[in-house]
Every structure is written in C-alpha cells, then in structure tokens.
Design a protein around this ligand. Structure first.
Ligand code: ADP
Ligand code: MG
Length: 488
C-alpha cells in the first residue's frame, strides 16, 4: 500500500518543473523505496539529493559523513546500477557530504508520526519508565522534540482488553507470564505474527502490568527503528558510551517491530551485545516482529540463533469466534450498541486482520454518532462500508493467481512453485509473480514465500516481465487475458 501511495506521489510530481536529473532521481527513489522498504528508505535514502553530472560522474549528496558512509556501505552498488539503467550518461556515482542547514530529516520522521505504533519510548510519568535518555544526547534538540511529541502508550492496550481465542492464547499466556514473573523464565520472549494481530497490544499490556504491579522495574520500550535511530545519533555525537549504559542498565528491554532493525552492520552488532549482556544478567528481553527469527531477513546468524534461544510464539490469523469476541469488546469500549447481526456480518467479511476489523467498526460507529445516535443496522453498515467491502470481494489472492496462471500455461501449480528452471515453467512463474505484485497488496517477501523464493527473485521476475511486455506482444496479450479473468 505504502509503495503504491509512494508511486502515486512520484507520478504526480510535475517533472517539467524539475531538472531532468532531479526527475530521474525521484523515479529512482521510487524504485529504491520498493526494494529496500519504507523504513530504510526514509532513514537513509530520502535525505540524499542529486548534485551535478560532470563527465559521466554523478554526485549524490548526503547531509552528514556518517550518513554518506552508511549509504556507501549499504546502498551504493544498487544506486549505481539503477542510475546506469536510467541514464546512460552516468558512468560513475560518487557520494559526497553536503551539509544542509540542519539535519532534520530524521527528526521529522520521528516527531511527525506520533502514532501509538510509533512510540518514542514510553511517555509515562515515572522516571523509571520509558526511554530515560538523560545525558546521553544532551543538547540534542532532536531528542527533546521527539519526546515531547511522543504519543503516550495506548491506555486501551491492556491484558484486560485483549480478547483471547484459540489463535492467540499461547502468545497471551506467554506475555502474561513474563509480565507477572519475578524471575525470568524464558529469555527472550519473541512474539511474531503478520500485521494487525495484536503484537503491539500485548507488548504494551506487559508494560501497563509492570507499571501497576512493579513500578520500580526499569523498562525501555521502543521500536527497532527507534533503536537504530538512537544508535545512529549516538554514533554521530560520539556518545555511544552513554547509549550503551542506558540500554544495558534496564530491567526489561522491549523492542517492537524488530524486522526494522536494518541490515547487518554496526547497529545490529550493538544490539547483539546489548542483548547478550542483558540476558546474561538475567534481565528480560521481549521482542516482536512480523516473522519468526529464522525467517527474518538481513539479520546476522548469531543474532538469529540467540533470538530462538528463549520462547518463540506466534499469533495466528483470527478465527470467526475470536473476531466476534473482539468486535463485542471493542464495541463495549466505544460505548456503542452493536447488534449481533452486524457483528456477524463484519466478522465474516473482514478477516484479514484485527486492525481492519476495528477500523470498520469505528467507521460504522462514527457514522451512527454523526447522525445523532442513529441505530447501527445491517443496511447502514453495508452502506457505510461499501467501498471497503467491494474491494474485499474483488480481492484476488496469490493462490488464485497461481491456479489461473498454471491453467493458462498448461502446467500444474506444483510445477509453478517448484525449483525447475525450464523456460516452460520459469516464464509462467515469473508471470504469476508479476500478477501477484500487480493485483494484490502483498509485499515482495510475502509473494516470494508463496513460491518458495526470496524477495529478490520476485523483484527480478517483475522487472523481467515488465521488459517482456514491451518486447513480446503475444506474452503481453496472454497477461492481459489473465489479468481480466482474475479481476472479474
Ligand atoms: P500488530 O502490532 O500485531 O500489528 P496491534 O497490536 O497494533 O497489531 O493490533 C492492531 C489492533 O487490533 C489494535 O487496536 C489492537 O488493540 C487490536 N487487537 C488485536 N488483537 C486483539 C485482541 N486479541 N483483542 C483485542 N484487540 C486486539
Ligand atoms: Mg505493532
């Protein structure tokens, strides 16, 4: 979704008012964002600007030396390749430091997104809680701004408000155990699930529980992205000692959305040492991610193997009963009357994740309140949610795409998913990957998993098919037929 939105942004830029090089860079940025993900892009690539092109040498400016070095180490090759493809005049790409008035890019990112999912430490009025950064980044206004703007922990994310069902009972029990335990029983606790299934809710429930029952325990809760951000700042201000001390002196370290820990490198190394030292000292570490430790991409092996050393639990997609339970709980919290028929309808239709389910309930509730407390009915629900429901009804799945593509090319779905490289199988496979990217909102790694491949293979397939569509009208026509069948 974010990728699409970004692509639209890029498309809507009035390229005529830009230098051609800037316009090309904007397009390249679109591609980099897709390839490396929003987080990495925003942190490292967005702050870059293009300089001049002289005798085939393209200058790319980074605001600080640290950022330049990081980009050179992690992204330079790829940026170089894409430039070459985009503009044959570019023979060499050089990264230079060009300070701007202030490096506020990271600041903006943190402070302008104070959503509950993006908390900069916990904003709890207790010195022993949250990101007690004290002296660490002194005279650093970035830190102060971010903290002042930080969203508080969500007061609704408590164990009491978490509805337990078959698919999440184990995760719930583990989270409760960790919150209640005086002694560490498993370390780390690693929670994973796909998006919107309650990881952050459980993480914050643990904090609320500790805050209430054991307020002297020193807890740090932050997202991996914030960990990276803080570490990078500490490096930049040569303040890593304070950083280390701060993180290694906690009783409980909680890192949400660990998949954003960034690629292998200094930050991961730092995290590895912090982690090891805490575990050795018997301090609790709790981590959440969208994948199991073994499936995490870009994470060092030794770190992965430490992550599986405690208790790894997943939250599975919800079943109907759990969705019903959640709807009733949320309705109760919102103080609205939710007829069973409407709840059943929503629980049947909106199955993807709890966040969407809750979102639809909020929309219906808001509508009813705007109409001065008009009763919530099935008709009204269908009317308010019609766009959303239409898109759900139309939603094409990767399974369906695989089935249709296999049929169309006269091969089996098994062959499509196999490792065979024969052209008769490989080409349809690339087409299926391409269609999956086009017709579903699944990410590259998710698509890859359905084909037992990694995201780079999918990326390659998508590019390949894009080229072939131009070169090979027969294939283009086949793809168009498939697309139409799948969209109906
Ligand atoms: P994740 O961190 O896994 O992406 P969140 O914890 O942000 O998901 O959950 C998304 C929304 O769904 C939150 O508003 C949360 O309260 C709600 N939610 C998820 N699972 C449950 C549950 N079992 N009971 C109550 N609310 C839930
Ligand atoms: Mg979350």
């Amino acid at each position: 979704m974010a990728e699409e939105a970004f692509a639209n942004d890029i498309n809507s830029i009035d390229t005529h008012s830009l230098r051609p090089l800037d316009a090309q860079w904007d397009q390249i940025c679109g591609q980099l964002k897709t390839e490396f993900g929003v987080t990495a892009f925003d942190s490292w690539l967005k702050p870059l600007t293009v300089g001049d092109l002289n005798n085939g040498e393209m200058n790319i400016c980074a605001p600080t030396a640290f950022m330049k070095n990081w980009v050179v180490a992690h992204y330079a090759d790829r940026i170089h390749k894409i430039w070459e493809q985009k503009n044959p005049d570019v023979k060499k790409v050089t990264f230079v430091v060009q300070a701007r008035h202030a490096d506020t890019s990271l600041l903006k990112k943190v402070s302008s997104t104070p959503t509950p999912q993006n908390i900069y430490g916990c904003n709890i009025n207790s010195s022993s809680f949250g990101l007690v950064s004290g002296a660490s980044l002194a005279n650093d206004t970035v830190k102060n701004n971010a903290i002042n703007n930080a969203a508080p922990l969500n007061p609704n994310y408590t164990f009491e408000n978490f509805v337990v069902g078959k698919t999440n009972e184990f995760a719930y029990a583990a989270a409760r155990k960790v919150a209640e335990a005086k002694n560490v029983s498993f370390n780390p606790l690693f929670l994973y699930s796909s998006v919107g299934l309650g990881k952050t809710h459980l993480m914050q429930s643990i904090i609320w529980h500790i805050k209430k029952n054991d307020p002297n325990r020193n807890v740090i809760y932050l997202t991996a992205e914030q960990f990276v951000y803080k570490f990078v700042k500490a490096l930049r201000y040569k303040d890593t000692q304070a950083f280390k001390e701060q993180f290694r002196s906690v009783d409980v370290l909680m890192v949400d959305d660990f998949q954003f820990m960034g690629n292998k490198g200094t930050t991961q190394e730092e995290f590895f040492h912090t982690f090891s030292s805490l575990v050795e000292e018997g301090k609790q570490v709790i981590i959440s991610a969208d994948k199991s430790p073994t499936d995490l991409e870009g994470i060092e092996e030794r770190l992965k193997s430490r992550l599986v050393g405690g208790l790894v639990v997943d939250i599975m997609p919800t079943d109907f009963d759990l969705r019903m339970g959640i709807l009733h709980k949320k309705a109760e919290l919102m103080g609205i009357e939710l007829p069973s028929k409407v709840a059943e309808f929503l629980a049947q239709k909106i199955t993807s994740n709890v966040r969407e389910l809750e979102g639809s309930l909020k929309r219906v509730a808001a509508h009813s309140q705007l109409l001065s407390g008009k009763e919530i009915t099935l008709d009204m629900t269908q009317d308010v949610l019609k766009d959303m429901l239409r898109s759900i009804d139309r939603k094409t799945t990767i399974d369906e795409i695989q089935k249709k593509v296999a049929e169309h090319f006269n091969i089996s779905v098994k062959e499509l998913q196999s490792s065979r490289r024969a052209r008769t199988v490989a080409r349809p496979r690339q087409v299926a990957m391409y269609l999956a990217k086009q017709l579903t909102s699944r990410s590259l790694p998710e698509i890859g998993r359905k084909f037992d491949r990694d995201h780079t293979t999918v990326m390659h397939a998508v590019r390949k098919v894009e080229e072939l569509i131009i070169e090979d009208p027969t294939l283009a026509e086949n793809i168009e037929i498939l697309r139409r069948t799948l969209e109906n």
